[in-house]
Ligand binder design. Structure first.
Ligand code: BGC
Length: 461
């Protein structure tokens, strides 16, 4: 069949559309993370549930996401990236509608597990798809765009919660997400399959056709297919390599630790429970939802700092700075909680320090942990290594979400915030002893160092 060549401009538009759609998966992810924070006080009132049950409602989504992320590797390998994204988009719509229609705490928990499955699958498949369709010089930018979309999604959800709070309609808060979900579903229908997956399946002509449309250049498309074929000569060994090779076990362990650290900073205490924290500081519902929206905006804006500086300053200095800022922010919040926050000034200072904490996270551990996790794994174990660390991210989120209110109720606000501040202080030491500096180092060089048995912190030297 003769394919008429698309012009370069057409190809660029097509590639931009594809990237935008895949990044929309990031937006969906963020929307679903953010939406529960503003809804929970109304849910708690209507269903008259304890903090323990509320914690379960909040964190059931993360349980679903853990399962989704664990199964996404198989799903996207077996059925392809596009069908995995379609599956996840359909679950987004279904899960959101089911949340809005839930008639009991149990049915809400079940609906949030479905929603979690959608996020778990999307969170694994979308970055993979983006990396596979992006041209070499755009790859970094595409992955950071995806990160940014997550934070924008969280912010938009906070805003939407704020709007619906005036009518106290938590069902609308949870249900409205079906609309972007449906748009996402329609958009995914128009996406091409990933060229790398097509080559994996032996469909070389289809892969060429997709790349031809994306790049607008036949020679370029053919070269990329050849590159993919060459790359695929290194088969993914995942679990076997893990069992056989001590050095690979070290990089997998580092990926796991990085994600544990990211979650133990306490970021999701704020992302999932901010309105509750502000209410406990003494603010009324409306004020606490306004502050939550500001938290969301701060999270978006500070992510730009990371995007601008990671490749200039390097990973480690940014991580040190982030942990110091986070320890300080939460430490002061804990101290103010301990003092009782009697005055208006003290309450405002507590809000400000919580924002400082969010800034500290968003410019450091937020994006950087994901970057590092994808950089430290050797090529033949990359899918497995990244899969394991992504699942760990969700297990960590689940543990944090499932314990926060219990911690507050058993140990008090001050001790809980001090605990997280102390974690962040310890992570300065973690960065110093275990984290490698990977700025400007090729992935091949990191891999060679890993297999030579160099200490983890020296992988980039
Ligand atoms: C984390 C999420 C968190 C989000 C907040 C991500 O890097 O993995 O758990 O909710 O940042 O922006």
């Amino acid at each position: 069949m003769q394919i008429t060549a698309p012009s370069r401009a057409q190809a660029r538009r097509h590639a931009a559309f594809v990237a935008l759609l895949a990044a929309l998966a990031g937006l969906m992810f963020g929307l679903d993370v953010g939406v529960i924070s503003g809804a929970q006080q109304f849910i708690q009132r209507e269903f008259a549930v304890s903090d323990r049950v509320l914690e379960t409602i909040v964190s059931s989504m993360m349980l679903g996401a853990t399962i989704g992320a664990a199964g996404a590797g198989w799903l996207s390998g077996h059925f392809g990236r596009k069908r995995s994204l379609l599956f996840s988009a359909a679950l987004f719509v279904l899960g959101s509608l089911a949340c809005a229609a839930s008639w009991s705490p149990d049915s809400l928990i079940a609906a949030r597990i479905v929603l979690g499955l959608a996020i778990g699958v999307a969170a694994f498949t979308a970055p993979l798809y983006l990396a596979e369709i992006a041209s070499e010089d755009r790859r970094g930018a595409m992955i950071s765009t995806y990160q940014l979309m997550i934070t924008i999604g969280i912010f938009v959800a906070f805003l939407s919660d704020l709007a619906f709070s005036y009518t106290q309609s938590w069902r609308w808060m949870l249900g409205i997400i079906a609309v972007p979900g449906a748009l996402f579903l329609l958009g995914v229908l128009g996406l091409p399959e990933s060229p790398r997956w097509l080559v994996l399946r032996g469909r070389h002509d289809d892969a060429s056709a997709v790349l031809h449309r994306l790049r607008g250049d036949d020679a370029l498309a053919r070269r990329e297919v050849a590159d993919i074929e060459a790359q695929l000569r290194t088969p993914q060994q995942g679990l076997r390599l893990f069992l056989q090779n001590r050095n690979f076990r070290r990089s997998v362990a580092l990926g796991v630790l990085l994600q544990v650290v990211q979650q133990m900073t306490g970021i999701n205490v704020v992302m999932y429970y901010a309105p509750r924290i502000f209410a406990d500081m003494g603010y009324a519902t409306s004020a606490s939802l306004w502050f939550t929206a500001i938290v969301g905006l701060t999270n978006v804006l500070a992510t730009f700092i990371a995007i601008g500086f990671v490749d200039r300053i390097g990973r480690k200095p940014i991580l040190y700075a982030g942990f110091v800022v986070m320890a300080l922010g939460l430490g002061v919040v804990g101290t103010l909680m301990h003092m009782g926050m009697g005055s208006h000034a003290e309450r405002l200072l507590a809000v400000t320090m919580l924002l400082v904490f969010v800034v500290g996270f968003a410019f450091s551990a937020g994006p950087l942990v994901w970057t590092l996790c994808s950089e430290i794994q050797p090529l033949k174990g990359r899918d497995f290594g990244i899969g394991v660390s992504t699942v760990t991210n969700w297990v960590g989120t689940f543990i944090v979400g499932f314990t926060f209110l219990t911690l507050l109720n058993h140990f008090g606000h001050a001790n809980t915030f001090w605990l997280y501040a102390a974690f962040n202080a310890v992570f300065i030491l973690f960065t110093w002893t275990l984290v490698p500096e990977t700025k400007g180092v090729s992935l091949e060089h990191i891999e060679r160092n890993l297999f030579d048995g160099k200490p983890l912190r020296n992988l980039g030297t």
